[in-house]
Design a protein around this ligand. Structure first.
Ligand SMILES: *Cc1c(COP(=O)(O)O)cnc(C)c1O
Length: 422
């Protein structure tokens, strides 16, 4: 019995599934989750002291790698000053000014503690701004675990919705419409029917939670036009893509301005931070200026604000993104040459799909239709060889500024032999 087996057996007795977020339990790959104690640069260390090259990187926040010195120093200095104040303070101001000065469509921003909370709050602003009830989301996008977002399309009639979780009330189910990615005609039909009732459409402009379902920019522009025409707000959920595919996220990459945007992950430098922001006229609907209530005891925690700013300061000049794009292109070459594997990539986000078909996958329907080899054996083979991928076939991989071409060469070699040997 390994140390992780022993800890997992104990953890299951005191927490559901032994974890505090489901994907950590290894259900998608089988076996015992590896208990980790820390990380440095591109590597993560398990309880037995083994170092593994990490391509999960805490599911996205650690774009600079584990233990980035400037982020660490900023967090430690903040702790020394006092780690929770519950007052107005200068630290969130510095982060808010840093962001609003660099992202024109974010004129005003509010910090919360998770991506889920950011999405929940942005949806409330959209309903408050429009006086409408319906929310339009897309199958194949994840927006955290607010009730109204745990809805997927029904298997039967078009536009029917089904819950993705037990415990949702029926009213919630009726409030969310679900559309398919990559399908303009279906979107037109939904807006033709419900346009006047839709408060907002929310989308991951780089959908990165069910594989990497890269959208055609024309599809995103079509959605933006429909929203404008029908008076619905466009919310870009950039919790993964924000400060990741570029400092200005996917909105900057594609040149499409959302009305509201949500952030998480990278924005906190690895500490619990989420944020929602956008045009001033919408953000000033939020309490205490406006009637849309939203609050948080630990919101804008000084340690997290200072860590977030220290991270974003290293990203703002674009050099890290250029470095990550070059490494991503290198990875695309190396992994793209492996038989039986399809690679999809956006900057430092990548997704390996274990099927030979090289055509891009842009929707959940296509993803389900493709099939592909089981991921579990490949995952475990790489784990044995010192490589930690996110423990699910549908999670993307993350490169950080601490990864090198030597890491990528090793990944390519191990993936190649795993796929040949399996
Ligand atoms: C991770 C994620 C969320 C949820 O953020 P949490 O901090 O886990 O609550 C929401 N939207 C997207 C696009 C995400 O990737």
């Amino acid at each position: 019995m390994s140390r992780s087996d022993e800890l997992f057996a104990r953890a299951k007795l005191v927490s559901p599934g032994g974890v505090h977020s489901p994907v950590r339990a290894f259900k998608g790959v089988g076996g015992t989750p590896r208990f980790m104690t820390g990380g440095a640069g591109a590597t993560i260390r398990d309880v037995d002291g083994r170092e593994l090259v990490d391509y999960c990187m805490a599911f996205g926040p650690l774009i600079l790698g584990h233990g980035n010195p400037a982020v660490r120093d900023a967090a430690v200095a903040a702790i020394d000053r006092g780690w929770s104040l519950g007052t107005a303070e200068p630290y969130s101001l510095a982060l808010a000014e840093f962001i609003t000065a660099r992202i024109p469509w974010v004129e005003s921003i509010r910090f919360v503690t998770s991506g889920t909370e950011a999405v929940m709050s942005a949806l409330r602003v959209a309903r408050g701004a429009t006086g409408r009830d319906l929310i339009l989301k897309f199958d194949g996008c994840y927006h955290g675990h607010a009730d109204s977002m745990l809805i997927r399309s029904g298997s039967g009639l078009a536009e029917t919705a089904e819950p993705d979780s037990a415990g949702l009330d029926k009213a919630t189910l009726g409030g969310t419409l679900v559309a398919q990615l990559d399908d303009e005609a279906a979107l037109d039909a939904i807006f033709a029917r419900h346009g006047g009732e839709i408060a907002c459409a929310i989308i991951e402009p780089v959908p990165a939670n069910y594989g990497l379902l890269l959208q055609r920019p024309a599809f995103l522009r079509h959605l933006a036009q429909l929203c404008r025409k029908h008076g619905a707000l466009l919310i870009f959920d950039e919790v993964i893509s924000g400060f990741r595919v570029g400092f200005q996220g996917a909105a900057g990459l594609y040149g499409i301005e959302p009305d509201l945007v949500t952030y998480g992950k990278v924005i906190g430098g690895g500490f619990p931070v989420g944020a929602y922001g956008g045009k001033r006229k919408y953000m000033e609907l939020v309490a205490p200026v406006g009637p849309v209530y939203q609050a948080g005891t630990l919101a804008a925690n000084p340690v997290a604000m200072c860590a977030g700013l220290a991270a974003l300061e290293q990203l703002a000049d674009g050099k890290v993104y250029a470095q990550l794009e070059a490494l991503g292109a290198y990875l695309e070459q190396a992994l793209g040459a492996i038989p039986g594997l399809t690679l999809q990539r956006a900057g430092s986000l990548f997704w390996t799909f274990l099927a030979a078909d090289a055509a891009p996958i842009r929707s959940l329907g296509e993803l389900k239709a493709r099939g592909g080899k089981p991921f579990g054996p490949v995952f475990h083979r790489l784990l044995d060889r010192g490589i930690y991928l996110a423990p699910s076939a549908f999670e993307v991989g993350f490169l950080s500024a601490a990864h090198t071409t030597a890491h990528v060469d090793q990944l390519a070699a191990e993936l190649r032999s795993a796929l040949q040997g399996a």
